[in-house]
Design a protein around this ligand. Structure first.
Ligand code: ATP
Ligand code: MN
Length: 479
């Protein structure tokens, strides 16, 4: 008999039909004449209940059925009274596909801490929390591609290994095949990268933007969706050493088009999650409320689904950095020195505590901040006429802080060239980027959305290590 996925059984299964399901045991409960096995196969967060007679042949087999074991079960669908589902399976044939020794299997049917589960990353997919996150992650990958495809953007694969170390977005990981125990040296005693694989120093990319710009200046609208790497030794709940970034880039566009695209995209994918991931979102909502039940009422998060709808229904506030500094300087936590970094004046880089204050306390809606001081932003951002600010735009979200960083790009050759010199960015490694400003240069803009930050927001999880299957962080490379 052909296998049916549990999702289909629960949604479409009719009482009286015979089915075969395969999955992993979540719980087993022995009753008087029957045993109840809750089985999950990953197709949905919901388990199917299997009812087994304990009076006959199954007695011996049931002794080996424990949480984590894999089963194949054939039987008739019967109406379910107690399981919370429409139907359950009355087992007639059970095969034990894979045992799980209860003395060794680490995931028992009780609450495990997220810290514990991080150490069991090879098994944590089997929990409700992590399978829900994995399904939502998938849905969001799909939604991102659908959004851009439907709008006529082309997906571009940008390189993961890069020869330029000048992108300025963060510390880079070096890539080398040199023998580090006996590296070749040049005449001055420095490492001789001429003998390295590429004949020059190479790194893992921190962003696909620069290459995406090249493509946008021919194809019009493009986006990348790839892994990016930053050797930041910061160990926060919002930073990974390896994360996924979505980077659209549009020719013939300015910072306002960029903000519109960012807001439209975020709302589109959130709507997609609400339309397609409700079972998982409801589970994560309950989970978060459970987690926060000991907190004071005003410290609790907004209910997850309400929070997602709230973002959908309200326009994002759009203000300049200068206005934000004004608000922050006059804010209570700044005056009472409750911020870890007190804002002294114009020019300060904003920390996530400031970003969250603006979003959560002041505007109570996502905020797009624009026109940052040029000294705290990258060399490629379009310079404003005031000589002090650039056309940057960062999208700030509740609970997350910065979720998107973007800008209109400097399209003027001379201005870009001068700024690169000021910021000591070697022309030799960036000549190709500069050339695009010589040949048919046009206004263009784009942004980077950190995919895991989006998933943090959608799932209400508190730590970025829990929204990517195998997190890469300092001192952590187990799986
Ligand atoms: P932050 O100030 O939060 O470190 P950033 O200014 O370095 O961010 P950008 O260089 O603008 O970030 O990168 C674009 C987006 O990529 C950010 O808005 C964020 O969503 C995401 N991002 C940046 N660094 C990380 C990281 N280490 N781990 C996960 N996501 C990141
Ligand atoms: Mn950073």
């Amino acid at each position: 008999m052909k296998r049916t996925e549990i999702k289909a059984v629960l949604q479409q299964g009719d009482v009286g039909t015979r089915v075969k399901v395969m999955g992993w045991v979540r719980t087993k409960r022995i009753g008087k004449n029957v045993a109840f096995i809750a089985m999950n196969d990953g197709s949905t967060i919901k388990n199917v209940q299997v009812v087994v007679d304990t009076t006959g042949d199954f007695v011996k087999l049931l002794e080996n059925v424990h949480t984590g074991a894999a089963l194949s079960v054939e039987g008739n669908l019967v109406e379910s009274l107690g399981s919370g589902q429409k139907v359950e399976i009355h087992a007639e044939k059970i095969d034990l596909l894979g045992k799980a020794d209860p003395n060794e299997y680490p995931l028992q049917p009780k609450k495990h801490s997220l810290e514990f589960l991080r150490e069991k990353a090879h098994l944590r997919f089997r929990t409700n929390t992590f399978s829900a996150i994995a399904r939502i992650r998938h849905a969001m990958i799909f939604a991102v591609h659908k959004f851009f495809n439907d709008k006529g953007f082309y997906n571009i694969h940008t390189p993961i290994i890069t020869g330029s170390d000048a992108e300025g977005a963060g510390e880079m990981f070096q890539v080398t095949t040199l023998d580090l125990s006996n590296p070749p040296k040049d005449d001055e005693g420095n490492l001789n990268f001429k003998e390295d694989f590429f004949g020059k120093a190479s790194n893992l990319t921190v962003s696909g933007q620069l290459e995406a710009e090249l493509a946008a200046l021919a194809l019009g609208k493009v986006y990348t969706f790839g892994p990016t790497f930053r050797a930041e030794n910061s160990n926060t709940t919002r930073h990974l050493a390896e994360f996924w970034m979505i980077e659209p880039e549009m020719a013939f566009s300015d910072i306002n088009d960029d903000m519109d695209l960012a807001e439209e995209m975020l709302k589109y994918v959130i709507r997609y999650a609400l339309d397609n991931c409700m079972d998982d979102l409801e589970f994560l909502s309950k989970r978060q409320q459970d987690e926060e039940k000991n907190k004071k009422a005003d410290e609790r998060s907004m209910e997850l689904i309400e929070k997602l709808n709230f973002v959908l229904e309200n326009p994002f506030a759009r203000i300049t950095y200068t206005e934000a500094i004004h608000i922050l300087r006059n804010s209570k936590p700044n005056k009472k020195k409750r911020f870890q970094f007190v804002i002294e004046g114009w020019g300060a880089d904003l920390q996530s505590e400031h970003e969250r204050y603006l979003v959560e306390k002041h505007f109570k809606t996502p905020v797009i901040l624009t026109d940052y001081p040029k000294d705290i932003k990258a060399f490629y951002m379009k310079q404003n006429d005031d000589g002090k600010t650039v056309r940057a735009m960062d999208v700030l979200f509740p609970q997350i802080g910065e979720i998107i960083g973007g800008s209109q790009r400097e399209e003027d050759y001379n201005k870009l060239y001068t700024r690169m010199n000021e910021m000591h960015i070697p022309e030799e490694s960036m000549w190709w980027y500069l050339e695009t400003r010589k040949f048919g240069s046009v206004p263009h803009a784009g942004f980077g959305l950190g995919f895991e930050r989006l998933i943090l927001f959608l799932t209400g999880m508190g730590n970025i290590r829990d929204v990517i299957p195998f997190p890469r962080t300092p001192q952590n490379l187990e799986f």
